[in-house]
Design a protein around this ligand. Structure first.
Ligand SMILES: CC(C)(COP(=O)(O)OP(=O)(O)OC[C@H]1O[C@@H](n2cnc3c(N)ncnc32)[C@H](O)[C@@H]1OP(=O)(O)O)[C@@H](O)C(=O)NCCC(=O)NCCS
Length: 153
């Protein structure tokens, strides 16, 4: 049986590693917007959860979820390349889904690059539905697929 690392809220010392993972694995070919300073701002925001899977001091993956009144928005998600396809991404999203249920959210939302076939397969497997295609969502040149998932109580 595979043992997955614990998920917990990120610490300020992890902002740099999270931002670097975003730059290298999510914002590929785009300007780097999720800098360490922005990740730190999210950590300080009481309406945002920055979660990490950390083992022996290393950030293996992270997810960032912002909570509104009745819904929550998964802003970012990534797993270190050499640790993918072992259930860690699912674990990071399910942790945020549990928080959203506890917070009373009925709906969670996210966007993914329309050219990111792996992410789209991942979200479909986790029960997310595509609701729209947004032309030029990323820097006016890369489309996004808007997705959502209704949470059961
Ligand atoms: C998307 C991402 C987070 C998935 O993380 P992961 O740890 O590899 O995913 P999991 O192992 O939990 O996979 C869960 C399910 O997703 C699907 N999936 C995952 N990787 C896949 C792949 N390469 N191809 C097809 N389906 C895939 C599978 O159905 C899998 O279920 P299974 O384990 O029963 O086969 C990871 O690929 C990643 O970090 N990508 C780069 C960043 C990114 O694209 N982020 C998302 C948009 S912000």
């Amino acid at each position: 049986m595979q043992v997955l690392p614990c998920i917990r809220l990120a610490r300020p010392t992890e902002a740099g590693a999270i931002a670097a993972l975003s730059r290298d694995c999510i914002e590929t070919g785009l300007a780097w917007r999720w800098t360490p300073a922005r990740v730190m701002r999210s950590m300080r925001d009481p309406a945002t959860n920055v979660a990490v899977a950390n083992e022996f001091g290393a950030v293996l993956g992270f997810s960032i979820m912002h909570f509104d009144d009745a819904s929550a928005h998964l802003l970012l998600l990534a797993v270190m390349p050499h640790l993918r396809e072992r259930g860690l991404g699912r674990h990071l999203v399910e942790w945020q889904e549990d928080c959203a249920r506890i917070a009373g959210s009925e709906l969670i939302r996210a966007e993914a690059r329309a050219d990111n076939a792996v992410a789209l397969a991942f979200y479909a497997e986790l029960g997310w539905q595509v609701t729209a295609r947004v032309s030029g969502y990323y820097e006016g040149r890369i489309d996004a697929l808007r997705m959502e998932k209704r949470l059961s109580a």
